[in-house]
Design a protein around this ligand. Sequence first.
Ligand SMILES: Nc1nc2c(ncn2[C@@H]2O[C@H](COP(=O)(O)OP(=O)(O)OP(=O)(O)O)[C@@H](O)[C@H]2O)c(=O)[nH]1
Ligand SMILES: [Mg+2]
Length: 138
Amino acid sequence: MSQNHSVTPNPQLVSWLLTGNSLRRLERYLVMINEYDITPIVLLSKCDLMEQGQITEKIDSAREIAPNVSILPFSNESGTGLDQIQARLQPRKTYCMVGSSGVGKTTLLNRLLGGADLETNPVREKTAKGGTPQRAVN
Ligand SMILES: Nc1nc2c(ncn2[C@@H]2O[C@H](COP(=O)(O)OP(=O)(O)OP(=O)(O)O)[C@@H](O)[C@H]2O)c(=O)[nH]1
Ligand SMILES: [Mg+2]
């Protein structure tokens, strides 16, 4: 029997980064992702809570640290930008989404998958962080 059977999957990963507020954090994600053959897309979440000027400002500052990366503002609330995100998704590709707790990752998945109904948590007022409904499953 041939020893050359390669069964290693070679998924094309696109990692999504949702910036909460921290550009430092975004920078760390990009450094981490740069280690792999992954094309990142920065998703700027909750743009319904921002004025157009603030959105432009955020995009400009993200672009300074990620000059060649697509930056897509979106809102789960109003639906703005969801079609642009959807347009980036291809069947049978693997995608990975990272971002601070509470930025809206699960809500976005629910919107994109339609009817997935994964559990979301309100952002806690004191910490401005989500309640981490997603946990590792052993
Ligand atoms: N205003 C506004 N609120 C949003 C939006 N997307 C999500 N939220 C709210 O933000 C809170 C946190 O959303 P989640 O989707 O649970 O956040 P998450 O990133 O999955 O958080 P973890 O699972 O803790 O990592 C929920 O109360 C959502 O309803 C949005 O586009 N606009
Ligand atoms: Mg979640």
